[in-house]
Write a protein that binds this ligand. Structure first.
Ligand SMILES: [Zn+2]
Length: 371
Protein backbone atom coordinates (compact mmCIF):
# COMPACT_ATOMS: atom_id res chain seq x y z
CA UNK A 1 0.00 0.00 0.00
CA UNK A 2 1.50 3.42 -0.99
CA UNK A 3 2.25 5.87 1.89
CA UNK A 4 -0.46 8.48 2.39
CA UNK A 5 0.25 11.92 0.89
CA UNK A 6 -0.01 15.09 2.97
CA UNK A 7 -3.09 16.15 0.92
CA UNK A 8 -5.03 13.07 2.03
CA UNK A 9 -3.71 13.52 5.61
CA UNK A 10 -5.31 16.97 6.09
CA UNK A 11 -8.82 16.03 4.82
CA UNK A 12 -10.03 15.39 8.32
CA UNK A 13 -8.49 16.49 11.63
CA UNK A 14 -9.42 13.22 13.36
CA UNK A 15 -7.92 11.09 10.63
CA UNK A 16 -4.25 9.97 10.59
CA UNK A 17 -1.86 12.53 9.19
CA UNK A 18 1.42 12.14 7.36
CA UNK A 19 4.41 13.97 8.83
CA UNK A 20 7.77 14.05 7.01
CA UNK A 21 10.81 13.50 9.26
CA UNK A 22 13.03 16.56 8.96
CA UNK A 23 16.13 14.32 9.48
CA UNK A 24 15.65 11.39 7.20
CA UNK A 25 12.59 12.59 5.22
CA UNK A 26 10.58 9.45 5.97
CA UNK A 27 6.79 10.03 5.74
CA UNK A 28 5.28 8.88 9.10
CA UNK A 29 1.54 8.30 9.28
CA UNK A 30 0.38 9.52 12.68
CA UNK A 31 -2.99 9.21 14.34
CA UNK A 32 -4.34 10.60 17.60
CA UNK A 33 -3.90 10.38 20.45
CA UNK A 34 -0.15 10.91 20.77
CA UNK A 35 1.83 8.28 22.76
CA UNK A 36 3.35 9.35 26.15
CA UNK A 37 6.83 10.21 24.78
CA UNK A 38 5.42 12.07 21.72
CA UNK A 39 5.50 11.00 18.04
CA UNK A 40 8.79 9.57 16.82
CA UNK A 41 10.09 8.69 13.34
CA UNK A 42 9.65 5.09 12.51
CA UNK A 43 12.95 5.04 10.64
CA UNK A 44 15.41 7.15 12.68
CA UNK A 45 13.44 7.57 15.93
CA UNK A 46 13.74 11.40 15.70
CA UNK A 47 11.15 13.30 17.75
CA UNK A 48 8.33 14.57 15.50
CA UNK A 49 5.99 17.52 16.11
CA UNK A 50 2.37 16.82 17.00
CA UNK A 51 0.28 17.47 13.84
CA UNK A 52 -2.97 17.63 15.78
CA UNK A 53 -2.21 20.84 17.74
CA UNK A 54 -2.49 24.34 16.18
CA UNK A 55 1.29 24.84 16.10
CA UNK A 56 1.78 21.39 14.60
CA UNK A 57 -0.92 22.00 11.99
CA UNK A 58 0.76 25.25 10.99
CA UNK A 59 4.15 23.59 10.71
CA UNK A 60 2.55 20.82 8.66
CA UNK A 61 0.93 23.39 6.40
CA UNK A 62 4.26 25.18 5.99
CA UNK A 63 5.91 21.90 5.12
CA UNK A 64 3.38 21.11 2.45
CA UNK A 65 3.03 24.71 1.15
CA UNK A 66 6.68 25.97 1.35
CA UNK A 67 6.36 28.11 -1.78
CA UNK A 68 3.38 29.97 -0.39
CA UNK A 69 5.18 30.38 2.93
CA UNK A 70 8.26 31.86 1.34
CA UNK A 71 6.10 34.08 -0.84
CA UNK A 72 4.20 35.31 2.19
CA UNK A 73 7.43 36.08 4.06
CA UNK A 74 8.85 37.85 1.05
CA UNK A 75 5.64 39.87 0.72
CA UNK A 76 5.81 40.84 4.40
CA UNK A 77 9.47 41.89 4.08
CA UNK A 78 8.76 43.82 0.88
CA UNK A 79 5.79 45.51 2.53
CA UNK A 80 7.94 46.49 5.55
CA UNK A 81 10.72 47.81 3.32
CA UNK A 82 8.24 49.80 1.27
CA UNK A 83 6.74 51.25 4.45
CA UNK A 84 10.16 52.17 5.73
CA UNK A 85 11.12 53.77 2.42
CA UNK A 86 7.87 55.67 2.25
CA UNK A 87 8.39 56.93 5.79
CA UNK A 88 11.93 58.12 4.93
CA UNK A 89 10.76 59.85 1.80
CA UNK A 90 8.05 61.60 3.77
CA UNK A 91 10.62 62.79 6.30
CA UNK A 92 12.89 64.07 3.53
CA UNK A 93 10.00 65.87 1.91
CA UNK A 94 9.02 67.42 5.22
CA UNK A 95 12.60 68.59 5.89
CA UNK A 96 12.74 70.12 2.43
CA UNK A 97 9.52 71.98 3.11
CA UNK A 98 10.89 73.31 6.38
CA UNK A 99 14.19 74.38 4.78
CA UNK A 100 12.38 76.11 1.94
CA UNK A 101 10.15 77.96 4.40
CA UNK A 102 13.15 79.03 6.55
CA UNK A 103 14.96 80.29 3.45
CA UNK A 104 11.95 82.32 2.41
CA UNK A 105 11.65 83.80 5.91
CA UNK A 106 15.35 84.73 6.00
CA UNK A 107 15.12 86.37 2.58
CA UNK A 108 12.08 88.34 3.62
CA UNK A 109 13.77 89.51 6.86
CA UNK A 110 16.89 90.56 4.95
CA UNK A 111 14.79 92.49 2.46
CA UNK A 112 13.02 94.24 5.33
CA UNK A 113 16.31 95.19 6.95
CA UNK A 114 17.74 96.45 3.67
CA UNK A 115 14.66 98.49 3.01
CA UNK A 116 14.76 100.04 6.51
CA UNK A 117 18.47 100.87 6.16
CA UNK A 118 17.88 102.36 2.71
CA UNK A 119 15.10 104.57 4.05
CA UNK A 120 17.23 105.74 7.01
CA UNK A 121 20.15 106.49 4.70
CA UNK A 122 17.94 108.47 2.32
CA UNK A 123 16.47 110.45 5.23
CA UNK A 124 19.95 111.23 6.66
CA UNK A 125 21.24 112.28 3.24
CA UNK A 126 18.27 114.55 2.74
CA UNK A 127 18.82 116.11 6.16
CA UNK A 128 22.54 116.66 5.50
CA UNK A 129 21.81 118.15 2.09
CA UNK A 130 19.32 120.57 3.64
CA UNK A 131 21.79 121.55 6.37
CA UNK A 132 24.57 122.11 3.84
CA UNK A 133 22.30 124.21 1.65
CA UNK A 134 21.18 126.24 4.65
CA UNK A 135 24.79 126.73 5.80
CA UNK A 136 25.84 127.80 2.33
CA UNK A 137 22.98 130.24 2.03
CA UNK A 138 23.82 131.72 5.44
CA UNK A 139 27.48 132.06 4.47
CA UNK A 140 26.53 133.70 1.21
CA UNK A 141 24.16 136.08 2.98
CA UNK A 142 26.85 136.98 5.54
CA UNK A 143 29.38 137.57 2.75
CA UNK A 144 26.90 139.74 0.84
CA UNK A 145 26.17 141.75 3.98
CA UNK A 146 29.93 142.27 4.52
CA UNK A 147 30.36 143.53 0.95
CA UNK A 148 27.72 146.14 1.50
CA UNK A 149 28.34 146.89 5.19
CA UNK A 150 29.07 150.57 5.49
CA UNK A 151 31.00 150.16 8.76
CA UNK A 152 33.38 147.58 7.30
CA UNK A 153 33.88 149.48 4.05
CA UNK A 154 34.65 152.72 5.89
CA UNK A 155 36.86 151.06 8.55
CA UNK A 156 34.68 152.20 11.44
CA UNK A 157 33.92 148.64 12.51
CA UNK A 158 37.64 147.75 12.69
CA UNK A 159 38.32 150.89 14.65
CA UNK A 160 35.51 150.13 17.11
CA UNK A 161 36.79 146.55 17.50
CA UNK A 162 40.31 147.76 18.13
CA UNK A 163 39.09 150.27 20.71
CA UNK A 164 37.06 147.59 22.46
CA UNK A 165 40.07 145.25 22.63
CA UNK A 166 42.31 148.09 23.83
CA UNK A 167 39.77 148.93 26.49
CA UNK A 168 39.86 145.28 27.65
CA UNK A 169 43.66 145.37 27.75
CA UNK A 170 43.63 148.61 29.76
CA UNK A 171 41.21 146.99 32.20
CA UNK A 172 43.62 143.98 32.40
CA UNK A 173 41.12 141.44 31.15
CA UNK A 174 42.42 138.00 32.29
CA UNK A 175 41.33 136.44 29.00
CA UNK A 176 44.01 138.43 27.15
CA UNK A 177 46.92 137.41 29.41
CA UNK A 178 49.17 135.05 27.43
CA UNK A 179 52.58 134.66 29.11
CA UNK A 180 52.97 133.21 32.63
CA UNK A 181 54.11 136.62 33.92
CA UNK A 182 51.06 138.36 32.44
CA UNK A 183 48.74 135.81 33.98
CA UNK A 184 50.54 136.12 37.32
CA UNK A 185 50.36 139.94 37.16
CA UNK A 186 46.64 139.91 36.49
CA UNK A 187 46.03 137.37 39.24
CA UNK A 188 48.07 139.24 41.85
CA UNK A 189 46.57 142.56 40.79
CA UNK A 190 43.16 141.12 41.30
CA UNK A 191 44.09 140.19 44.89
CA UNK A 192 45.80 143.41 45.89
CA UNK A 193 45.32 146.81 44.30
CA UNK A 194 48.86 148.08 44.93
CA UNK A 195 50.55 148.03 41.48
CA UNK A 196 54.10 147.99 42.94
CA UNK A 197 53.25 145.12 45.28
CA UNK A 198 51.49 143.28 42.48
CA UNK A 199 54.52 143.52 40.19
CA UNK A 200 56.86 142.37 42.98
CA UNK A 201 54.64 139.41 43.93
CA UNK A 202 54.20 138.39 40.32
CA UNK A 203 57.93 138.52 39.67
CA UNK A 204 58.61 136.53 42.82
CA UNK A 205 56.13 133.85 41.90
CA UNK A 206 57.54 133.49 38.38
CA UNK A 207 61.11 133.32 39.68
CA UNK A 208 60.13 130.66 42.19
CA UNK A 209 58.51 128.68 39.45
CA UNK A 210 61.41 128.88 36.97
CA UNK A 211 64.51 128.94 39.22
CA UNK A 212 66.25 125.60 40.07
CA UNK A 213 64.92 123.85 43.20
CA UNK A 214 66.31 125.12 46.49
CA UNK A 215 67.30 128.53 45.10
CA UNK A 216 67.29 131.77 47.10
CA UNK A 217 66.33 135.09 45.58
CA UNK A 218 66.37 138.71 46.59
CA UNK A 219 64.53 141.58 44.90
CA UNK A 220 66.01 145.08 45.30
CA UNK A 221 63.73 147.89 44.02
CA UNK A 222 65.62 150.38 41.85
CA UNK A 223 63.94 153.23 39.93
CA UNK A 224 60.54 151.53 39.78
CA UNK A 225 62.09 148.23 38.72
CA UNK A 226 63.93 145.41 40.46
CA UNK A 227 67.45 144.10 40.65
CA UNK A 228 66.91 140.35 40.92
CA UNK A 229 69.61 138.44 42.80
CA UNK A 230 69.35 134.69 42.46
CA UNK A 231 71.56 132.13 44.17
CA UNK A 232 71.23 128.48 43.14
CA UNK A 233 73.16 125.36 43.96
CA UNK A 234 74.84 123.45 41.19
CA UNK A 235 73.75 120.11 42.62
CA UNK A 236 70.10 121.05 41.91
CA UNK A 237 70.79 120.73 38.17
CA UNK A 238 73.62 118.15 38.24
CA UNK A 239 73.22 115.45 40.95
CA UNK A 240 76.88 114.32 40.65
CA UNK A 241 77.96 117.73 42.04
CA UNK A 242 76.38 117.10 45.44
CA UNK A 243 78.55 117.86 48.47
CA UNK A 244 82.24 118.79 48.16
CA UNK A 245 82.57 116.36 45.22
CA UNK A 246 82.54 116.81 41.47
CA UNK A 247 82.43 114.48 38.49
CA UNK A 248 84.97 116.63 36.66
CA UNK A 249 88.70 115.91 36.75
CA UNK A 250 89.85 119.42 35.87
CA UNK A 251 88.94 122.92 36.97
CA UNK A 252 88.49 123.98 33.32
CA UNK A 253 85.82 121.34 32.70
CA UNK A 254 84.03 122.26 35.94
CA UNK A 255 84.10 125.95 34.95
CA UNK A 256 82.75 125.15 31.48
CA UNK A 257 79.71 123.34 32.91
CA UNK A 258 79.14 126.05 35.52
CA UNK A 259 79.11 128.86 32.93
CA UNK A 260 76.71 126.98 30.66
CA UNK A 261 74.46 126.25 33.66
CA UNK A 262 74.35 129.97 34.56
CA UNK A 263 73.53 130.82 30.94
CA UNK A 264 70.74 128.26 30.98
CA UNK A 265 69.17 129.69 34.17
CA UNK A 266 69.53 133.23 32.80
CA UNK A 267 67.82 132.30 29.55
CA UNK A 268 64.95 130.50 31.32
CA UNK A 269 64.29 133.48 33.61
CA UNK A 270 64.32 136.07 30.84
CA UNK A 271 62.25 133.82 28.57
CA UNK A 272 59.55 133.52 31.24
CA UNK A 273 59.62 136.97 32.85
CA UNK A 274 60.60 139.11 29.87
CA UNK A 275 62.79 142.12 30.51
CA UNK A 276 59.94 144.28 31.77
CA UNK A 277 60.20 145.05 35.47
CA UNK A 278 63.79 143.74 35.72
CA UNK A 279 66.58 146.31 35.98
CA UNK A 280 69.30 143.72 36.32
CA UNK A 281 69.47 139.97 36.80
CA UNK A 282 72.34 138.58 38.83
CA UNK A 283 72.97 134.86 39.18
CA UNK A 284 75.31 133.15 41.65
CA UNK A 285 76.20 129.49 41.22
CA UNK A 286 76.96 127.84 44.60
CA UNK A 287 78.96 124.65 45.05
CA UNK A 288 79.88 122.99 48.36
CA UNK A 289 83.64 123.22 48.90
CA UNK A 290 86.04 122.09 51.57
CA UNK A 291 88.06 124.95 53.02
CA UNK A 292 91.71 124.28 53.74
CA UNK A 293 92.29 124.67 57.50
CA UNK A 294 94.72 127.29 58.64
CA UNK A 295 98.23 126.11 59.32
CA UNK A 296 98.29 124.65 62.82
CA UNK A 297 100.78 125.72 65.41
CA UNK A 298 103.45 123.21 66.38
CA UNK A 299 102.10 120.88 69.01
CA UNK A 300 98.43 121.79 68.31
CA UNK A 301 96.29 119.29 66.31
CA UNK A 302 94.99 120.77 62.99
CA UNK A 303 91.31 121.83 63.04
CA UNK A 304 88.75 119.65 61.23
CA UNK A 305 88.05 120.66 57.61
CA UNK A 306 84.93 122.79 57.07
CA UNK A 307 82.52 122.20 54.17
CA UNK A 308 80.44 125.23 53.24
CA UNK A 309 78.84 126.92 50.25
CA UNK A 310 81.04 128.94 47.95
CA UNK A 311 80.10 131.04 44.94
CA UNK A 312 81.99 129.52 42.01
CA UNK A 313 80.64 131.93 39.42
CA UNK A 314 78.56 135.09 39.53
CA UNK A 315 77.33 136.81 36.39
CA UNK A 316 74.73 139.44 35.54
CA UNK A 317 72.76 140.80 32.64
CA UNK A 318 71.25 144.28 32.66
CA UNK A 319 68.06 145.65 31.14
CA UNK A 320 69.99 147.55 28.45
CA UNK A 321 71.29 144.24 27.03
CA UNK A 322 68.14 142.21 27.57
CA UNK A 323 65.93 144.69 25.72
CA UNK A 324 67.79 143.94 22.47
CA UNK A 325 66.90 140.22 22.47
CA UNK A 326 63.60 139.58 20.61
CA UNK A 327 63.30 135.88 21.55
CA UNK A 328 65.19 134.26 24.41
CA UNK A 329 63.81 130.84 23.61
CA UNK A 330 65.72 130.70 20.31
CA UNK A 331 68.99 132.12 21.68
CA UNK A 332 71.85 129.54 21.90
CA UNK A 333 73.59 129.18 25.24
CA UNK A 334 76.96 130.40 23.96
CA UNK A 335 75.26 133.64 22.78
CA UNK A 336 73.78 134.09 26.26
CA UNK A 337 77.25 133.51 27.69
CA UNK A 338 78.65 136.31 25.48
CA UNK A 339 75.95 138.71 26.75
CA UNK A 340 76.62 138.00 30.45
CA UNK A 341 78.91 140.16 32.58
CA UNK A 342 81.22 138.14 34.85
CA UNK A 343 81.22 139.62 38.37
CA UNK A 344 83.02 136.87 40.26
CA UNK A 345 85.20 133.98 39.08
CA UNK A 346 85.86 131.67 42.01
CA UNK A 347 87.81 129.11 39.99
CA UNK A 348 91.10 130.94 40.43
CA UNK A 349 91.40 129.74 44.04
CA UNK A 350 89.92 126.30 43.45
CA UNK A 351 91.94 123.07 43.38
CA UNK A 352 90.62 119.57 42.79
CA UNK A 353 92.06 116.82 44.98
CA UNK A 354 91.58 113.13 44.12
CA UNK A 355 89.83 111.28 46.96
CA UNK A 356 88.71 107.72 47.52
CA UNK A 357 85.07 106.93 46.69
CA UNK A 358 82.81 107.86 49.60
CA UNK A 359 81.04 105.07 51.45
CA UNK A 360 77.99 107.25 52.01
CA UNK A 361 76.64 109.59 49.32
CA UNK A 362 77.95 113.15 49.79
CA UNK A 363 75.50 115.69 51.21
CA UNK A 364 75.13 119.41 50.68
CA UNK A 365 75.80 121.71 53.68
CA UNK A 366 72.74 123.00 55.48
CA UNK A 367 73.78 126.68 55.54
CA UNK A 368 72.17 129.40 53.39
CA UNK A 369 73.32 129.98 49.84
CA UNK A 370 75.56 132.94 49.09
CA UNK A 371 74.79 135.71 46.61
ZN1 LIG B 1 13.27 9.86 10.50
Amino acid sequence: MPPPTPETARTNSAQPRCVLCRVCGFPNLLSPPAPGGGYRCEQCNELLSNPFTARGRLRLWAQTHWLATWGLMAAVVALGWCGYAWHGLARIHQARQHARQALQDARAARENRLEAARQAHDARMTQLRQEAEQHLSEEAAAARSRWTHAGILSGNAARARHEAEWDRRVRHDPALAVTPLERMLVEVERVGRDPALAARDALLRVIERVAPPGSTNNLVPVQGKFVVELAFKMSALSPLERGARTRHTSVAALKRETVLMCAHVMRELFDTCGWRGIKKLQISCNHATQHRPARALPGVPPPAPVIDWQVLYRCSLSEDVAVRIPSWRLLPLHKVEQLMTVELDGFAHLTLTPVAPAETPPRDPAGPLRF
